[in-house]
Design a protein around this ligand. Sequence first.
Ligand SMILES: Nc1nc2c(ncn2[C@@H]2O[C@H](COP(=O)(O)OP(=O)(O)OP(=O)(O)O)[C@@H](O)[C@H]2O)c(=O)[nH]1
Ligand SMILES: [Mg+2]
Length: 218
Amino acid sequence: MTDQHKTVNIDIRQDLFGANEDAAALNATLFKEHGITVIDIMGSVGTGKTQLIETLCETLREQYKILMIAGDLATNIDADRVGSHDVDTVQINTGTACHLDARMIRVALNDIDLSKYDLIFIENVGNLICPAGYSLGADMKIVVVSVTEGPYMIRKHPLTIKRADMIVINKIDLAEVLEFDVDALVKDIREVDANLSVHKVSSKTGMGIPELIKTLGL
Ligand SMILES: Nc1nc2c(ncn2[C@@H]2O[C@H](COP(=O)(O)OP(=O)(O)OP(=O)(O)O)[C@@H](O)[C@H]2O)c(=O)[nH]1
Ligand SMILES: [Mg+2]
């Protein structure tokens, strides 16, 4: 028996997140080199992420050369929806992964001529938990919540809210008929982060979209 007895405790999660942060920093450098603004849009299934991107693209596509990256387990549905607005798209099918990560973005953009674009919208896989832990190298993380998910989604997902740069409360047009207390939801957000930018919009009717675009500096 030698006196060399070494124990190494590997925190796989730490290792995984660390590697992703490195890859995200590389992506961020690449985007910066090309002068591209990149917005990562997260949120539960059905909150209106694709609808929001479609509405933003309708307004912004004359002004910006836009690429949309769609994260989805299995389909091209969202990329096709956004593509119908005359915007270029890249679909990432994650199979079983419940989030996009920085390396997926890098691989997806491998053969894309980035000099053609100045604005990228990334639609993350629909859920309010996993995507928040993985930076993609975007300039900004927006979390889309909506009035159709019940009143507790902020209180149940404080970490995701903490990591966001902006919260968009979508489907405001349905608030009254659903008797949804939007002010209470804003109060919940303020309790997690008093200074977080919050926008109330209807991606369907366009309500609040000009103000959102202004805040995004676009
Ligand atoms: N009334 C109303 N409906 C909306 C609004 N935004 C989205 N929707 C509807 O909500 C449904 C879901 O919208 P999507 O944009 O597909 O939601 P998503 O977050 O992209 O969903 P996943 O990609 O499946 O996670 C669709 O039927 C939309 O038309 C809105 O502001 N108001
Ligand atoms: Mg979608």
